[in-house]
Design a binder for this molecule. Structure first.
Ligand SMILES: [Zn+2]
Length: 248
């Protein structure tokens, strides 16, 4: 390869300001009107149809020819939480999850636990919303934000299976993360102290299976949530590109 060709290829890597014009997203498509919440909490978002379709199979289906939503250009989501949908709307344009809380200079251990806990609840709820919206890229990005929170803030989730298992169908990446955290991250006294509730049976079974796998391979396996990359991403099974390559 000539020097000139090598340099030209290098200029097309994603970190550079110069991009192929064929990769440019269109901003000339119609906007979809998305009404979130009800009553005083109702808010309206306007998102380009081609962009929201790229990120959500739910919206792609709603915009199919023949559907009322496609004719009206309006989709109503009365049961979604405004703040969570706003994170999705920002994500589809900017590729980031804006959910972290600012740390106060005087933050003590209790304030730290509260700040991290609030963000964790928002992120878990957002992943579950992303599941309803069939938004693989958003789910994978939120998943990365959760694992980043675990690594940066030493968060050990202990009770999210209460909401994740009943509200999602398995197997999925968020369930897998909770199970991995229980196997690799929980202190010895947490599991025996868990109340035996019928809704937990599936979680306990998954933990037992994963525990056996980890036991057999313990000399080679480190906690999967401490690794970076597509370990938990659902785009792989969905045959879609990783969200990390969709944004600058
Ligand atoms: Zn990925």
């Amino acid at each position: 390869m000539s020097k000139r060709a090598a340099s030209s290829n290098h200029a097309m890597t994603p970190s550079k300001i110069r991009r192929l014009e064929t990769e440019a997203p269109s901003l000339m498509s119609k906007q979809l009107t998305i009404v979130v919440g009800v009553g005083d909490d109702e808010k309206t978002f306007y998102i380009h149809q081609n962009i929201v379709k790229d990120h959500s199979d739910f919206f792609a289906a709603a915009l199919n020819k023949g559907w009322k939503e496609a004719e009206d250009g309006i989709v109503r989501l009365p049961t979604e939480v405004l703040a969570h949908f706003e994170l999705f709307a920002r994500f589809v344009y900017f590729g980031k999850i804006y959910a972290a809380k600012a740390k106060a200079d005087s933050e003590d251990d209790e304030a730290h636990a509260t700040r991290v806990g609030v963000e964790a609840h928002v992120l878990f709820d957002c992943w579950i919303m992303g599941d309803r919206l069939m938004a693989v890229s958003f789910k994978d990005a939120v998943h990365d934000a959760i694992t980043q929170l675990i690594r940066d803030e030493r968060l050990i989730p202990v009770d999210f299976q209460n909401s994740v298992y009943p509200k999602t169908a398995g197997p999925n990446s968020l369930r897998r993360l909770l199970v991995d955290v229980a196997v690799w991250g929980w202190a010895k006294d947490i599991l025996p102290a868990c109340e035996m509730d019928a809704s937990w049976m599936e979680f306990f079974r998954d933990v037992a299976v994963r525990g056996q796998e980890a036991n057999k391979a313990q000399h080679t396996m480190t906690a999967p949530f401490m690794k970076h990359g597509c370990v938990y991403h659902e785009h792989v099974a969905a045959g879609k590109p990783c969200y990390t390559g969709l944004f600058p």
